[in-house]
Design a protein around this ligand. Sequence first.
Ligand code: ZN
Length: 497
Amino acid sequence: MTNSLKLYNTLTRQKETFEPLNPPFVGMYVCGPTVYNDAHIGNARPAVVFDVLYRYLQFLGYKVRYVRNITDVGHLLGETNEGEDRIAKQARLEQLEPMEIVYRYTQRYHEVMDKLQVKRPSIEPTATGHIVEQINIVQQILDNGLAYISEGSVYFDIEKYNQKHPYGELSGRVIDELINNTRNLDGQDAKKSPLDFALWKKAQPEHLMRWQSPWGEGFPGWHIECTVMSTKYLGETFDIHGGGMDLMFPHHECEIAQAKAATNKPPVRYWLHNNMITINGEKMSKSAGNFVTIAELLTGEHPILEQSYSPMTMRFFILQAHYRSTLDFTNFGLQSAQKGYKKIMNALRTIEKMEYSPDEKAEKDEKNETQILQLLENLYKGLNDDLNTALSIGHLFNLVKKINGFYAQPQTLSQISATTFEQLKNTFTIFVRDILGLIEERPDNQEGLIQVLLQEYAEAKNVKNYEKVDTLRNYFKTNGLIIKDTKQGIDWSYDEN
Ligand code: ZN
């Protein structure tokens, strides 16, 4: 299969054929979490979306170095990133050391992401682990005359930068409008222009997280960590930078400005942004009471949740939408995702057990065969079209129908060729498991118990013990499974309802 992956580049505002700088190597950076609270369902989207891109690039044969950072200092509260440090505030509230907060929420982030089958990145660097590098790049920008020192802090000089490079190229924002729209906030007196942002901030006496620098004791600004950690591990210009749309401005815009101010080179070739998750049509926020963490989703412990949802249900729910569309989180939507996910898992179990036996006398069904091959190709076409998982999943459901058709009428299987059957089996399993990252949610050791119970069921049926038959059927049902009596014997499947 030829690689014709197209990705929508936010920078050029068009779909472009993906061609890495140094094939087969691909450098990919995604902005990770600020570890001061539990990951919420909005955090699940970029993690899952870029996980599928990571998996797909590897499937296409690329050697991907995937860097996703941990923000553990410098991300301040407030829209303009000028309030208290998020980590420091949480440490104060929980009466813990900032590093205890960082460690706790990093671990919890990993726990929920592991459950969602999000692969760990190749490198997961932290901002506090790269203070020296951040100081160095700030010095470089100062040396290049595009930053200035004021009251112990270092600020990026947007006006001067803009004389050389266009500021706002990613977000499409225009400087004059930005200036007009910026309110005069506290702490801006030190800056030449309200648009200028801090590269390094002087630490106030009460500030816990502080480091020695040429400009006195302080801490790095939020944007500079991503410039440093992406270019340190991926090179001055690298292939892919991803993140949520909410990070496009100012965070990513500032990343571009900082990198160009330091090296004169554009840092990123393909900028990708996933759209946001809304909850019942509304923006998620603590004040609106619809702030749901992933942990709450998995236990069902939140007033807006009608039930708990499994990690794979959430993953499938996210993948059923194209990453650039908004995704509305509702109980109904998740319940449909739960059914869809189980349909696919049932088909996966079916095709894995299905055996092909050639029948010379069987009449060939060329139409069915062509349809199957076309559907298999369409799975990849969907992903190649700007990672459109929604399209691919549509085709996947059509393949589920084909698989279920063969299961219901086993004699029709020999109407397609052995090669087509093998292709169906291989592609279906690889696509579902390895690329979409959807696995069965069933501890491995349960299979033995299930088989014992099915044996009992068969015996009860034989001796017409209908009471026991019903009890066993109900037992399976309450565990989300159903017993199937088929021509081929007794089996079980996931309850799709
Ligand atoms: Zn970032």
